[in-house]
Design a protein around this ligand. Sequence first.
Ligand code: G6P
Length: 610
Amino acid sequence: MCGIVGYIGKKDATPILLSSLKRLEYRGYDSCGVGVVAQKDGKIHSKKTQGKIQGLTDILKDKPMPTGFVGISHTRWATHGKPTKANAHPHADKTGKILIVHNGIIENYQEIKEALKAKGYPFVSETDSEVIAHLISSLDKGDLLEAVQKAIQKLNGSFALGVISSDHPDKLIAARLGSPLIIGVGCNENFIASDVPAILDRTRKIVYLRDGEVAELQKSSLKIFDFKGKQIKPKVHTVAFKLDAVQKEGFSHFMLKEIHEQPKVLSGMLSSRIKNKKVHLEGLSLTDKQLKGINHVFVVACGTAYHAGLVGKYVIEQLAGVPVSIDVSSEFRYRTPIINKKTLIVAVSQSGETADTLAAVREAKLKGCKVISICNVVGSSLARESHGVLYTHAGPEIGVASTKAYTAQLCMMYLLGLKLGVLKKKISKGRSESLIKDLKRVPSFLMMILKSKAKIRKIARANSHFGCFLFLGRNINFPSALEGALKLKEISYIPAEGYAAGEMKHGPIALIDEYRAVVCVTPEADTYEKMISNMQEIRARKGKIIAIATEGDTAIKQHANNIIYIPSTNKLLTPLVVALPLQLIAYYIAVERGNDVDQPRNLAKSVTVE
Ligand code: G6P
């Protein structure tokens, strides 16, 4: 999704904006731009281009931007209008004095555009965002903050905004409604950005702008107001994670680095959440009595987080005996889910900014449900809007294809299942302790798999030419198959389907021939024999099989063309272990095909629009 960075201070804005904007590349974008108020002539100057930030940097090498101490920049992920230079941000008003960058969607832009056109405002782009520049201009009576405040009253939809004006070179205005925006507080300089990593090398002091707030930044002051103009005291947080967390540190891609971080993330989570052999879920903000009263869990999530939720359904139902429903967030909000005060909503999201998940949570709160979130980004909208939050603390995830956030979400599902199971007396103390012991061994299993990555790479390379993949799993590893297929299609662009193996005969078997590869998630399981039958059916039709099986399973050799072994673990915990080889298969196939692994085409890390 779009990325915003703004700067005001004593240094030349453009180099700062470009290097910070580069740190937002992971969000996904197709065009970019930068604009400043120039010191030499007091005028607005801007440059935009279709394509990558490197292209913009090259343009600026030929024709440098004049020095300016205030500026805004943007990466655009096209919604309204193609990814062209004209549609790229910043957008200017007709006088060329006001420049804006916008993330979000203005739903009533057509109506505003017609009204402004009738008054003689010319439009040069197809975007919804351009109306904002003209609207502010039409309301500007000499006070930029006031003009922005008046303009946003007229906007429907969602926005994070950065605004500068040549009439006010000492000000940078920011506003937020439904799209993420943070403020970085520096020494004689201040920043705005869509996400913390953008400005982490400049400052660790962050103010999370909330929905319905407008900020006026000057080089050494920050004022925040609500949309009605009432001033609010900014709450400054100091971000804990280090700059290393947002650098590749010798890995060829962020995705590979994040895959390698999983043992550390899981052991960190387990050591902080398990004390005296008991699960402690600080942040849950529900009393044991309230938890015991829950008779239905409803998970809402999108993408990879949805798959973590699906595993959670198997885990919580098995450990706690509570029925678990699950919807992708975009479906939940537009149907009539049966929920009430005894339903616990569990919203799962890495970013905590996914528009559909946020909308689902708001819907559920209106119906009186308690909402907890499993979330990675501290201070995100979801974390703030939930009654309780279980942070996964996996560190910033930069690769668009989610890896460490997924296994961290899975781990949290096991902990939540254990907590509920013990409280509801569905599992004994002994079973809980033994599962905790098994959970604690998972990080070392992941390390072992990482040690065999050369073999996984070889298998991935040997299969990278297949034009279509099927991923099969059963029971608790059905979601693993879905996630394996999602990872592969996200970064390799190879059509890949995830299926419950039992459903194979009801359709996907028609795909099988010698040109298809099938990844069978086949660890030790009660359904193991059934998986073997499926594999035989695939072999009989000449399909090529990559099996993920448990170390020591020699019998599988006669059924699979390639085998990736995982250490033997508790059957319930296998999704945590099989995730890693599935991620590596996708990663190495995408690398082999020469794809941009960290920024796959058309995808965005955080989907902040519907
Ligand atoms: C996008 C990302 C996925 C992610 C999904 C949900 O589609 O590309 O990797 O799983 O959003 O994001 P969330 O931040 O809510 O987990």
